[in-house]
Design a protein around this ligand. Sequence first.
Ligand SMILES: Cc1cc2nc3c(=O)[nH]c(=O)nc-3n(C[C@H](O)[C@H](O)[C@H](O)COP(=O)(O)OP(=O)(O)OC[C@H]3O[C@@H](n4cnc5c(N)ncnc54)[C@H](O)[C@@H]3O)c2cc1C
Length: 361
Amino acid sequence: MRKENEKRVVILGGGVAGSLVAKSLQFHAHVTLVDPKEYFEISWAGLRAMVEPSFAERTVINHRDYFTKGDLVTSSAVNVTETEVLTADGHQIAYDYLVIATGHADPVPKLRGERLQQYKEENEKIKSARSILIVGGGPTGVELAGEIAVDFPEKKITLVHKGPRLLEFIGAKAADKTLKWLKSKKVEVKLEQAVDLNSTIDGNRKIYKTSVGETIEADCHFLCTGKPIASAWLKESVLKNDLDVQGRIMVDENLRVKGRSNIFAIGDITDIAELKQGFLAQKQAGVVAKNTRLMMEGSKECWRETYKPHPAMALVSLGRYDAVAQFPFLTISGRIPGFIKSGDLFVGKTRKQMGLNPHIV
Ligand SMILES: Cc1cc2nc3c(=O)[nH]c(=O)nc-3n(C[C@H](O)[C@H](O)[C@H](O)COP(=O)(O)OP(=O)(O)OC[C@H]3O[C@@H](n4cnc5c(N)ncnc54)[C@H](O)[C@@H]3O)c2cc1C
């Protein structure tokens, strides 16, 4: 129940950014979290869960485990006005402050149990295949290839990417080191080719054709191409002019939608000129939680926290032990960056940040 005069904060998207704001503000305002699923998922850990389904027990977290106080609406936002949000299941939710954190569109199951089951099925698919085709050489395709190559070295893996090099979101040095590592694990990498996913059957073999006429034999495939920004639902809303050409929400240095005093946007959905990374989405969540509290307390504009874009830094895991890391003046691969990311994939750290036991569910 909302207390009289309690400010209403509505958060759209229960991913890396939105869930942290919900957790941080739940005891300071009347918070409503809107998300189409009942859980928060540590998104970058999903590829480990495909080779080790029990890993998902710690990475798929019911919203109610960390968000114990506010309202949870399990639906998608479909429109927003100056004063309220509309959801696909017909809720009209009034807000004093709105935080948009809808990241990327990813059609995943609604319930945690269904998501855990999905990982078990993907694991069975991997285990029962002798040969696997991975389509897409961005972080998802590369990390999946790494996970399978390390845990199932006997499988034949082919990775096809339509661009001229792997990991186009970071530098060429990182891409070269990644290619070398994949080759050392006998992953066949085909660049500048697209795959027709309508395979033909030859005896009990599946044959896929590529855009340059090559054929790939694989028992199954995984599509790892980038997911679209989840902002299409804003295109008919009052915020339609606040999207850039890529559909990202334009924000000011306080992470408010440009020209709006009470609407924030954070995470992958924003136009902030930096790599889209979860640890940056978490930093932005901290800035917005703080600024919302300051605004609710009526503090001066000049006290608001600002957010500055970060230099390009990324860590891409290559199985359980190795990784490739791009820092501002250095790109390295192997066990040292692997030690930073690839063992636990920052799962314990993220759980701790959400006020949960880092080790057990
Ligand atoms: C393979 C891979 C590895 C990565 N590794 C790392 C890493 O090591 N470190 C790191 O920091 N980052 C990493 N990232 C990046 C990181 O995953 C993203 O930057 C992060 O998930 C962005 O968080 P977000 O909250 O903005 O969006 P998301 O995590 O995408 O969350 C968006 C949420 O919004 C919900 N949603 C969508 N549409 C609606 C709607 N209309 N209404 C309501 N809710 C909606 C979704 O269900 C979801 O819960 C990796 C990404 C990939 C793909």
